[in-house]
Design a protein. Structure first.
Length: 623
């Protein structure tokens, strides 16, 4: 049977429910500008009736209602939309990071035309052309030395600028790794708190908002996905690896460089395995440092090495106006002092490798002549080796082009004496050294008897750098020891030539060791290098290199800008959609507050009426 005080209890429930609703609306208003906050709604329901069919009840018609109560306080959130945003966010930050850094790279390459590396190199070639016209001119020689100093200074400055960007990227990577680790730790801690609150039967709305915000933050740094294995275990994955599982989390670590890599490497802290991060700002930073900027530095090093090597090769065989010969025009620093290029690569005290940059055959070849030979040339590639076939109807030029068009890290050309030259490029894999010919093999006789590079054909006569004295496999071919890493950082004009400009060589000595009057053949050959195929990586000439390097930077910068605009539009739509679902609307909340206030007032009036009725029954009946 219902109590006489049931009405008071009913009114109290209404007052409490409307108070909760008003407080919740006030909570929404106060967090309208809080990042990651989702508006909350009070779910109300009718309280359980007094009588139930399975219990004894009074003989009264119908059920007697007991008012209402708060069933739950929930946040308004679209989990599917959240998953889409988390999955897409890494693309936006990836392109944003690339766009920011390519602006820096474009500034390095957008030098004023009159002081750019290309302009200074053009002036250098012009100075040699001037000397070829006036071989006895001391002023022309002084112009060559001065312009050589200017050119080498601009090359070193470009390298320093690129290296500065790489150093900046390295610092950003370290800072971003610390951010990812901190976010992962915070998510795991919040997971533990959420489980405890949910175990009490409550909804941890604010904790869920904090976790979702952290997921958004970490999704901008790395490519993550989220899921629940069960009701209590929230998980965050990175490219198939678990980053957070419940209250457990993994960390990244930054370790010292190895091999030829000069910058830190990001690894998993627990296994020390290299972390493969493909997206987000961290993925972009690693790719920019280890691929984009590294390629630009390697490209500049390749141009510098080929430029210095070609000029020095002609200059050391020519004679200056003072009769001095055998001098390099540019300073070259050999990687090893050993004349055979022998080097202790594993650091055990034993010479175990041969570091050779260039091989020059002993036989003169004609570019348009058919070889009449068949076989397969095997050279070192980015990973493993590359096979380059040749056939009897191929000309020498065809075989050379086939070598250069392959993905090998050895390039070929005919020098001024029409001898075949093989030279190393930079290595794509940091485990391999730059400017080192790692493998050359010929199943036939093109490189052996025809070009005069290898001593014989077949695998038993192959040149391989993984042994000391590997040059013994060469058939008397000339070779050059590999340079110290990053020649663009130290290239300079030889001090001996700078101190005596008459040492600048313009002619070749005759059989008697004297220079013919008016001879300028050496100066002409150096000047002609400007448009001579010298194979700077895939670029045929120096002009090709400059055109391709500027174009490459410009196009990649344009790509980053366009992709960022596209991703901004996509993410803008997704964020606006989420804001329309979860965002706080001040007008709507104020309207709800007024509505709940009216409900509260009505409930208070109901309690007052019930109080008056009880007062009549208790205090006035029987008077």
């Amino acid at each position: 049977m219902a109590s006489s005080f049931a009405g008071i209890e009913m009114g109290k429930r209404s007052l409490m429910a409307h108070t909760t609703a008003i407080n919740t609306a006030g909570h929404n208003v106060s967090n309208a500008d809080t990042e990651g906050y989702s508006r909350q709604r009070v779910q109300m329901r009718a309280f359980d009736p007094l009588y139930r069919p399975d219990l004894s009840r009074a003989g009264t018609p119908g059920q007697v209602g007991q008012g209402m109560t708060v069933q739950d306080v929930t946040r308004v959130r679209d989990e599917l939309l959240d998953s889409r945003i988390a999955a897409q966010a890494h693309q936006e930050t990836y392109w944003s990071t690339r766009e920011k850094y390519y602006v820096m790279l474009e500034q390095i390459y957008n030098e004023p035309a009159d002081i750019s590396v290309r302009s200074n190199m053009d002036k250098f070639w012009q100075a040699w052309q001037e000397l070829s016209v006036y071989p006895d001119s001391q002023a022309a020689r002084q112009a060559i030395v001065t312009r050589g100093d200017t050119l080498t200074g601009s090359i070193r400055q470009r390298y320093a600028s690129l290296n500065g960007v790489a150093t900046l990227l390295n610092g950003d990577i370290d800072a971003t790794v610390r951010q990812v680790n901190d976010y992962a730790r915070q998510i795991a801690q919040i997971n533990e708190e959420i489980v405890k609150v949910e175990a009490m039967g409550d909804n941890p709305n604010d904790l869920l908002d904090r976790r979702d915000l952290l997921v958004d933050k970490i999704a901008g740094l790395v490519n993550v996905s989220t899921d629940r294995r069960d009701a209590d275990e929230f998980m965050v994955h990175i490219d198939g690896h678990i980053l957070v599982q419940g209250n457990k989390f993994r960390q990244f670590a930054v370790v010292s460089p190895t091999d030829n890599n000069t910058f830190n490497e990001v690894v998993w802290a627990d296994t020390q395995e290299t972390a493969q991060i493909a997206g987000g700002s961290l993925g972009a930073l690693i790719e920019l440092r280890d691929v984009d900027v590294r390629n630009e530095m390697q490209s500049l090093n390749t141009m510098t090495m080929n430029f210095a090597d070609m000029v020095n090769d002609i200059h050391r065989n020519a004679s200056g106006a003072n009769g001095v010969t055998g001098q390099d025009f540019f300073v070259q620093q050999q990687f090893v002092a050993n004349a055979y290029g022998n080097y202790d690569r594993n650091g055990d005290g034993e010479l175990d490798s041969s570091y050779i940059f260039r091989m020059t055959g002993t036989n003169q070849l004609a570019a348009t002549e058919q070889t009449g030979l068949q076989g397969t040339i095997t050279i070192a590639g980015k990973s493993g080796t590359i096979d380059v076939p040749y056939y009897p109807t191929d000309t020498v030029e065809t075989v050379i082009n086939r070598i250069n068009d392959s993905d090998g890290e050895v390039k070929a050309y005919l020098d001024r004496n029409n001898n075949l030259v093989l030279k190393a490029t930079t290595a794509a894999d940091t485990a391999n050294p730059d400017f080192v010919i790692r493998h050359v093999e010929d199943s036939g006789h093109f490189l052996a008897g025809y070009a005069g590079i290898l001593a014989g054909s077949g695998a038993e006569n192959a040149y391989d750098f993984n042994q000391a004295n590997a040059v013994q496999r060469l058939a008397g071919a000339q070779y050059a020891v590999s340079p110290v890493l990053n020649p663009a950082a130290y290239i300079a004009v030889n001090n001996s030539i700078r101190n005596d400009v008459l040492s600048v060589a313009a002619a070749y000595p005759n059989a008697g060791g004297f220079v013919e009057p008016g001879d300028s053949s050496a100066a002409s050959q150096i000047a002609s290098l400007r448009n001579t195929p010298v194979m700077i990586g895939r670029s045929r000439t120096f002009d090709d290199y400059f055109a391709e390097s500027v174009t490459n930077i410009g196009l990649k910068g344009e790509q980053a800008q366009n992709m960022l605009a596209q991703q901004n539009a996509i993410m803008g739509d997704l964020r606006n959609l989420r804001e329309s679902v979860s965002g706080v609307n001040i007008d709507e909340e104020l309207a709800d507050i007024i509505k709940f206030q009216h409900g509260y007032n009505a409930a208070a009036r109901f309690v007052s009426v019930m109080d008056e009725l009880l007062d009549t029954v208790i205090n006035r009946l029987g008077v």
